[in-house]
Design a protein around this ligand. Sequence first.
Ligand code: COA
Length: 141
Amino acid sequence: MTLLIEAATEQDERAVTHLWRACGLTVDYNDPATDFRFARGGASSEVLVARAECGRVVGTVMVGHDGHRGWLYYVAADPMRQREGIGAAMVEAGERWLRERGVVKVQLLVRETNQGVVAFYQTLGFEVAPRIVMSKWLVET
Ligand SMILES: CC(C)(COP(=O)(O)OP(=O)(O)OC[C@H]1O[C@@H](n2cnc3c(N)ncnc32)[C@H](O)[C@@H]1OP(=O)(O)O)[C@@H](O)C(=O)NCCC(=O)NCCS
């Protein structure tokens, strides 16, 4: 399998948001197209995509840092192409992107309803960090 991993372009928006929906990563309170545009336009964030030989987007990761830690979001592999190493390649690409910018630690959040993926991240060297995540909306939702 030959994968080309690169930064998403504006033209990838439809394919990327379709993949996120197909992978069950979208929720009512986040518009995926807005998320895609915001991360692509950020000074310290990016959406990386994996293209199959035919050019189709088969994997994604949203990556960014907050000046301290690196974060991964929207790690996804095409449902028809899972268990082929695409997810691992996306995580590795996100890690590379962060390392190149001097970030020394990467973190991510797993929804309580998606705990099956913990084993996936553990195979890639991640460990469960006992923390309480607190959050607050800064706009009306
Ligand atoms: C999670 C996801 C990205 C994994 O992608 P993938 O391409 O299927 O995974 P890979 O083929 O790269 O697997 C890498 C390793 O993790 C293991 N693995 C993959 N999915 C796993 C799972 N659900 N449970 C346990 N292990 C898993 C594989 O066996 C493989 O290990 P190996 O190399 O020793 O065989 C993919 O299942 C997906 O898109 N899921 C829906 C979206 C999602 O939940 N994303 C995570 C949000 S936090």
